[in-house]
Design a protein around this ligand. Structure first.
Ligand SMILES: [Ca+2]
Ligand SMILES: [Ca+2]
Length: 97
């Protein structure tokens, strides 16, 4: 697999793992989403610090991610979250080639 395919596979597996914790296995409810955010497996320590500092912002962000308003985060909504976090990390710590 290419690096990009590996990254996509990890993204899908991570979402499926947390979405399956309770209720609808195809979507993440608020508890599952928060678990993903705060658990060591979900985010690196660097990113966790940022998230913890801005819990109110995280709640606001999660609400804004629920595009179809069903109070659950589906995979397409999750990808938007990951993209936003990736952009924030990239802007803060640009990778040197
Ligand atoms: Ca679920
Ligand atoms: Ca939703």
């Amino acid at each position: 697999m290419t690096q990009l395919e590996v990254a996509m596979t990890i993204l899908m597996k991570t979402f499926d793992e947390y979405a399956a914790m309770e209720g609808n296995k195809a979507t993440m409810n608020k508890t599952e989403t928060k678990t993903l955010q705060i658990t060591n497996k979900g985010l690196s320590k660097n990113l966790q610090k940022t998230e913890a500092k801005n819990q109110a912002e995280v709640d606001k962000m999660l609400k804004s991610l629920d595009f179809n308003g069903d109070c659950e985060v589906d995979f397409s909504e999750f990808v938007v979250l990951v993209s936003a976090l990736t952009c924030a990390c990239h802007d803060r710590c640009p990778q040197k080639s």
